[in-house]
Ligand binder design. Structure first.
Ligand code: ADP
Ligand code: ZN
Length: 603
């Protein structure tokens, strides 16, 4: 079924075990990262088992994409949701009754409100239902940020359809959410399938935040012609960044909850249908996106937890091709994030959990060495070797003995009265002559100009490191000043009893993008084909096909398939069928057209 319908040569990770389990009538919970391939886990059994598969999905846009993609594969799929005209809904329901549909996508409201459940229960045929799939199953969790009250009622499926397998799927792996899903969806008897949460094609690059606007533009300049998402914390910042990027000639659009529905849907539409749009967004731009060829996700502000970071960066590179998760981190973000949590209306226990999650993110961003090892460890997975595809691995920083600079910095904090922020402290250490230094007479201090062994960005790093290690803590008035941390920590350092070894970035300037050491096959394919006119020709052919049918280009073919076509240049139908992503229906439908492009390029 996988080869015939999807044209894929093999299952990935735990897919095969899951598919066999469900075909045999088993229920369960699938925990797999974004882009891991959850959909196939229920779509293949849906075609192998008799009867209709009902897929519960929380978002209309996602449903529509999935249905369009399945129809392209020649699968009989449809969706029922609130956005549908009554006539269209009736027609779909008639298909269900006639037994001519393989998959029906429904919103939870639609499934549980009204009499759909009763109707499903009274379908004729000996085995009318193949399975229930519950996508984005973490929406049952009251602790999560995607909570959907209707999801809780999905527990009734266990009672009403005890003989029908139920498969819940999510990319949220933390044990608490997992337990909640199992309990609420009554999956105690089912099996849990846990895939690795590693996303090896994503390159994690973190940078110290200095001049976010400028740094972002330098990063985007390396990614011209690619689609990506830039996350920023507030609406005003999103608007401002989008304007700056537009002025700098980038095809950027803003997206946040403060914009009108029309503006938002236009932004989403452009992002889905065009090749190289950059969306600048708050986290409001999230769950509805399963565009497979997002090449980068950039964070100009720290997200609120390591889980959020993982989920947001996970939107890059779902197609398995190389992608980048780039983040600016600065100590300045941290007090604000702490305040957000403290000021929220959540119960104390919840606040403690959130603080813990934020600390995990800070530790990740300050870690020396391999980022991926830290990230995966947080999700309970061990990665034995450094990954070779993150800034920690690609740009190793030697540990330096920073005891003396740290002492100088702490002295500067004390001498200036424990009330100034990092920027001013660094000015003092570097012997600056700013307005503020003159105003406060800081040129007269003994610490003025004693820190010329490090440059500005290195000092800023040290400020951040000492903050994350709690040698420096924010002044409680919340104005961004720093004071000394707890005595028992600070004293030994000032006396020279503690030796501080920390990674120190090389002086100034952004390092250039380097190619991966262990570049995989797909990376080579991309590079071979990247400049090829053939790939461009295939893409413009795809654009035409997509436009004619009113679907996003990736629904016709994924980049991955086009890249493979350009690299292998199949010359007949048989060879075409051997390309990953070309199943029987697509061969039938697009074979001629593809061959025309492929052969046309040769002459
Ligand atoms: P998820 O829902 O877990 O985020 P998807 O189900 O959307 O992931 O799958 C991500 C991408 O990987 C899709 O483009 C899908 O077609 C592709 N994919 C999934 N399984 C396989 C496989 N066995 N071989 C090739 N491609 C696959
Ligand atoms: Zn690494």
């Amino acid at each position: 079924m996988l080869q015939q319908v999807w044209g894929y040569p093999a299952f990935r990770g735990p897919q095969e075990g899951i598919v066999r389990h469900v075909i045999a009538g088993g229920s369960g919970l699938v925990l797999m990262p974004t882009g891991g391939g959850k959909s196939l886990c229920y779509q293949v059994p849906a075609l192998c088992r008799p009867g209709l598969a009902v897929v519960v999905s929380p978002l209309i846009a996602l449903m529509q994409d999935q249905v369009a993609a399945l129809q392209q594969l020649g699968v009989a799929a449809a969706a029922l949701h609130s956005g549908l005209e009554p006539a269209a809904a009736k027609a779909t329901w008639r298909q269900v009754q006639a037994g001519s549909l393989d998959l029906l996508y429904v919103s939870p409201e639609r499934l549980l409100g009204g009499d759909l459940l009763a109707q499903l229960a009274s379908l004729p045929a000996p085995e009318p239902l193949a399975l229930f799939a519950i996508d984005e199953a973490h929406c049952v969790s009251q602790w999560g940020h995607d909570f959907r009250p209707e999801y809780i009622q999905l527990g009734v499926l266990a009672e009403r359809f005890p003989a029908v397998p139920r498969l819940a799927l999510t990319a949220t792996a933390d044990p608490r959410t997992r337990a909640e899903i199992i309990e609420r969806l009554r999956l105690e008897e089912g099996q849990v399938f846990l895939a690795s949460f590693d996303r090896p094609n994503i390159r994690y690059l973190l940078r110290a935040k200095e001049q976010p606007g400028r740094q972002l533009q330098a990063f985007l300049a390396e990614h011209r012609g690619e689609a990506g998402i830039v996350y920023a914390r507030s609406r005003s910042r999103v608007d401002q960044l989008a304007r700056e990027l537009q002025a700098a000639g980038f095809d950027a659009v803003a997206y946040h909850a403060g914009l009108g529905a029309e503006q938002r849907s236009a932004a989403l539409q452009r992002f889905r249908n065009e090749a190289a749009v950059v969306v600048v967004a708050t986290i409001a731009f999230g769950m509805g996106i399963d565009k497979p060829d997002v090449r980068f996700v950039a964070h100009v502000d720290l997200p609120k937890s390591l889980e959020a970071y993982y989920q947001e960066t996970g939107r890059a590179g779902r197609d398995g091709l190389p992608a980048v998760a780039w983040m600016l981190h600065g100590a300045g973000d941290i007090p604000q994030l702490r305040r957000f949590i403290d000021d929220s209306a959540a119960p104390e226990e919840q606040k403690r959990i959130e603080h813990g999650k934020l600390e995990a993110l800070i530790a990740y961003s300050e870690a020396a060495g391999c980022r991926r090892q830290v990230l995966l460890r947080h999700f309970g997975e061990a990665l034995a070797e450094p990954c070779g595809n993150c800034d920690g691995c690609l740009e190793p920083q030697a540990l330096a003995d920073l005891t003396v600079p740290a002492q100088k910095l702490l002295s500067a904090v004390v001498r200036t009265g424990q009330r100034f922020g990092g920027a001013h402290l660094v000015d003092v250490l570097l012997g600056g002559d700013t307005e503020k230094i003159r105003q406060f007479g800081h040129r007269e201090l003994s610490v003025h100009g004693i820190g010329r062994e490090l440059d500005r960005s290195q000092w800023r790093t040290l400020v951040r490191q000492l903050s994350s290690l709690r040698y420096l803590v924010p002044v409680p008035d919340g104005k961004g000043g720093l004071q000394l941390g707890p005595q028992e920590l600070v004293r030994p350092l000032l006396r020279g009893e503690t030796v501080l070894e920390l990674p120190l970035p090389p002086p100034q300037k952004e390092s250039r993008r380097r190619s991966s050491s262990g570049s995989d096959r797909s990376q080579e394919l991309v590079e071979d084909a990247a400049n090829g006119e053939l790939l461009q020709a295939l893409k413009s052919w795809r654009r035409e096909q997509a436009r004619a049918q009113g679907v996003p280009p990736y629904v016709v073919f994924h980049d991955r398939t086009l890249v493979e076509l350009a690299a292998r240049r199949p010359r007949d139908r048989a060879a075409l069928g051997g390309i990953s992503g070309i199943g029987a229906a697509k061969l039938e439908r697009y074979g001629e057209g593809l061959l025309a492009v492929l052969l046309g390029q040769e002459t």
